[in-house]
Design a protein around this ligand. Sequence first.
Ligand code: FPP
Length: 258
Amino acid sequence: MSEVERDLDRLLAEVQSAGDVPAHVAVIMDGNGRWAGERGLPRFMGHREGMKAVRRTVTACLDLGVRHLTLYAFSKENWSRPAEEVAALMRLLSEYVERDRSELAEKGVRVSVLGDRSRLSAPARRSVESIETSTAGGGELALNLAISYGSRDEILSAARTLARRCVAGDLSPDEIAPEDFEAALFTAGSPDPDLLIRTSGEMRVSNFLLWQIAYAEIHVTPVLWPDFGERDFYEAVLDYQRRERRFGRVTPVSDDGV
Ligand code: FPP
């Protein structure tokens, strides 16, 4: 084992003994373009390198016992990027699926895609469907990939679902509960994220999980996404463990939620 690996193991042990690990981590993966620009490379190379950071983050979650990971891979707004960048991102998605599908299934990672998949190219849509099918049995980590995703759209779509139920007489408007709303979101079945990580130093939420991050702790790191590794992930979790989570109360909420 190299000194770097020993160092990483020590950090992992520190996180494991420091307190509860977040059940759900959400990540805004930002800075691929800048990473490429700093090296005089096309933007696409930043995304390609970013795919390796996706692998490292999945490994860190598995090693740490994080049960849900949601990655913002492609926003609804990203459709207005130059056509060749969009095409390259779609190809990368298919490449990721082809390369990682069996390993993810072996490791118990269940992949789901959140977003408007009707806008995806036919091959990208097939890739998404195939990875969801082949990893459906995974029970270790739920990996949500937000692709063609916009949180306001998601909230509007949930509102429409509930309105339809009201019109059908299945639900009364006065009785709509937060649980009904949550069940109509793309993230139905996942707990709210405890920790939101954003890379590249930007202090924005960018239309990501607006309902779900109501009480998330936010960790912003200057590291550009392609450079993000297990060490950065563990440091984000350590930062989370140092926070006092009060959910609007005066005193911190204890580990067992009371
Ligand atoms: C934001 O960086 C990143 C994206 C729009 C794409 C994220 C995609 C990946 C990490 C690779 C593919 C992922 C999977 C799951 C297959 P940016 O381009 O906005 O960077 P900039 O702000 O520096 O320009």
